[in-house]
Design a binder for this molecule. Structure first.
Ligand SMILES: Nc1ncnc2c1ncn2[C@@H]1O[C@H](COP(=O)(O)OP(=O)(O)OP(=O)(O)O)[C@@H](O)[C@H]1O
Length: 604
């Protein structure tokens, strides 16, 4: 997978780290001014959107005497019309400006967050990525950032409108006809009483809803991704059943929730619907006029403004859902930014040799259960050290301590005499090359894939590395040769892809190579080519190989046999076989199981 090679400089900008404390304030700091502007413009827009309605009422009041032949003050009429028109323009202008500012602020916030996420990702220990799927990292960069988009670009404006418009309308109504204002309040009060009933247990329901969605998307991904494996092993029925069950339980949950809330929801919709509000206010208004408590003209503001009181309520409902998502996204981003980066050395050291030394190294993933116990070993420059042992004995874990996927809990891992914790990360990643079974190539040309760690390497250097890695001829068979793009016109087998990463390691000239020996690509041609490529790689470097096929390490300078995280035996192949211990038994079993496939010279 060769991850360390593709990483940027994790040692950049000490001051950035301080900015990544992950507080809400620091999230929104880059757009603080814009947020204030959005709030101001939204309030202005909301207030001025009510003014034309008030103007219509005032206009009616001014013009009404004309019906009975009285003189009407033309100046006042024009003044009211002017105020209405100006308010209308101000309202449109404020909405336009607030939309512009919020979308610019949103773009700025997204950019700054994405940059911070990438910076922080670069500084996290490689082990963090090891334990996570690319999907969960993608969720952080994509979904969580997008959830904040809704907040900045839409929700702030919507909430301010939903609160300000009714507030201004009510204040005006109370000043002109308080009884009608009280009547206009009734739908709001009824909704305020019904809404909590509708939302009773809502937090738990939303949690269950999220869970059901996650189960459904998990089952869908498993069904789609695993379809080839599943089909091969005749498990299509079972996997399809899991998918069907997840879909069924999701639909049942949503159905049940809808049934439970439908009546209440419909009731709220009825109470707040414009027709019902209009009829209600007309009835109350007529009654007030009838008993002489109000003049007919005083009913008009109630009708015009009362209607606008309830419509923003529905918007508040959807805004609360966006706020919930944004809050969750903020929490998950804050938790991510709070992850401690790889500690950086105060006075970075440069390794003055190429050997590797493990000095009484102990390590556990969770700080409680030890996976490695007091490992002590020296890998001299220019030698090959093989790590063997049963599955789970700690081979990969030990190898991963070299490029600091994790740091040892006790003891010291050193390269060229320098503790890896004292080597600057960028230098460390240059020193240690990885060739894993789980090869990751980037979706770019083969040439760029090979020169990932030395972007300025010449074409000749790239080709020389590819030749040494036994992949040059294969690359030339693509129509575009080295310019063929991985995943587009360059489709490589697992063994071929691994040879590309070997070429990459050769070009990078890493002095220490950690190699997870391929078991997956064991067809004879591919294996022979990989072996030839590896012997080129091993020359003049310190190689640590995690060995699965024991015949490939017969010639290793030293074999470390791991058992339960301890070195149980060490020596050359001949010494260990002669000792008649654990390795000798492993070798005998291996020979018995692979008798026919072993190359000549390693049988018997
Ligand atoms: N990221 C991780 N978090 C927690 N425990 C882990 C992690 N990776 C490995 N382990 C545990 O550490 C122990 C050693 O695992 P490791 O992968 O180093 O063994 P291994 O010898 O390389 O096995 P294999 O040959 O199967 O790859 C195992 O018990 C494993 O379950």
């Amino acid at each position: 997978m060769a991850r360390p090679e593709g990483r940027g400089d994790p040692t950049a900008g000490a001051s950035d780290r301080d900015a990544d404390a992950g507080t809400d304030e620091s999230f929104f700091a880059p757009v603080k001014g814009s947020l204030a502007a959005i709030i101001g413009l939204s309030v202005l827009g909301a207030v001025s959107s009510v003014v034309p309605f008030i103007a219509i009422v005032e206009l009616a009041r001014t013009l009404l005497p004309a019906l009975s032949g009285d003189a009407v003050g033309a100046g006042r009429v024009w003044a009211v019309v002017a105020v209405a028109v100006i308010a209308l323009f101000v309202s449109f202008g404020a909405a336009f400006l607030s939309g512009m500012v919020s979308h610019f602020a949103d773009a700025e916030l997204q950019l700054s967050l994405r940059r911070r996420i990438i910076r922080h990702l670069q500084r996290l220990p490689l082990g963090w990525f090891d334990a996570r799927s690319s999907g969960s990292v993608r969720k952080l960069v994509e979904n969580d950032v997008v959830a904040l988009h809704q907040l900045v670009a839409h929700t702030i404006h919507d909430v301010i409108f939903a609160v300000t418009v009714p507030l201004v309308s009510l204040v005006y109504l109370f000043t002109v006809q308080w009884q009608l204002a009280v009547a206009a309040l009734v739908p709001l009060v009824v909704t305020a009483i019904l809404y909590p009933v509708l939302m009773r247990g809502g937090a738990e329901k939303y949690r269950q809803y999220d869970e059901a969605s996650v189960r459904l998307s998990g089952a869908t991904v498993e069904f789609v991704h695993g379809i080839t494996v599943v089909k091969r092993f005749g498990q299509l029925g079972r996997s399809h059943r899991r998918y069907r069950e997840a879909t069924k339980s999701y639909v049942e949950f949503v159905g049940e929730w809808t049934r439970q809330t439908a009546a209440m929801f419909t009731l709220i919709e009825i109470v707040t619907s414009p027709v019902v509000v209009l009829v209600w206010l007309l009835a109350v208004g007529s009654w007030l006029v009838g008993i002489g408590a109000a003049a007919p003209i005083d009913v008009l503001p109630g009708l015009l403004l009362g209607l606008g009181l309830t419509s923003p309520l529905m918007k508040l409902g959807s805004s609360s859902q966006f706020l919930r998502n944004a809050t969750k996204a903020r929490q998950s981003l804050a938790a991510f930014f709070a992850l401690p980066p790889v500690p950086r050395p105060r006075a970075p050291r440069t390794p003055d040799g190429r050997g590797v030394a493990f000095d009484e190294v102990s390590f556990g993933y969770d700080g409680r259960h030890r996976v490695l116990h007091e490992i002590a070993a020296v890998c001299a420059p220019g030698t090959v050290t093989a790590l063997v042992g049963a599955s789970g004995s700690g081979k990969s874990t030990l190898a991963k301590l070299l490029p600091r996927f994790y740091d040892a809990d006790e003891g010291e891992v050193a390269i060229g005499g320098a503790d890896v914790r004292e080597i600057a990360s960028a230098a460390l990643y240059r020193q240690v090359g990885f060739v894993f079974q789980d090869v990751r190539l980037l979706r770019t040309s083969l040439r760029d894939n090979i020169r990932l760690t030395r972007p300025h390497a010449t074409d000749d250097e790239v080709e020389a590395a590819a030749r040494a890695a036994q992949i040059h001829d294969r690359i030339l068979r693509f129509d575009r040769g080295y310019d063929a793009v991985v995943g587009e016109d360059a489709n490589l087998s697992g063994g071929e892809a691994q040879r590309v990463t070997i070429a990459r390691a050769l070009l990078a000239d890493a002095r220490v190579i950690v190699l997870d020996e391929a078991t997956a690509f064991a067809d004879p041609d591919s294996e022979a080519a990989i072996q030839r490529a590896l012997s080129t790689l091993a020359a003049d470097r310190t190689v640590l190989v995690i060995a699965h096929r024991l015949h490939t390490i017969v010639g290793a300078d030293q074999i470390l046999v791991l058992d339960g995280g301890r070195i149980a035996e060490r020596g050359t192949h001949a010494q260990l076989v002669a000792a008649g211990g654990r390795f000798a038994r492993m070798w005998a079993d291996y020979q018995a199981n692979h008798a026919r496939s072993l190359p000549e010279g390693v049988q018997g």
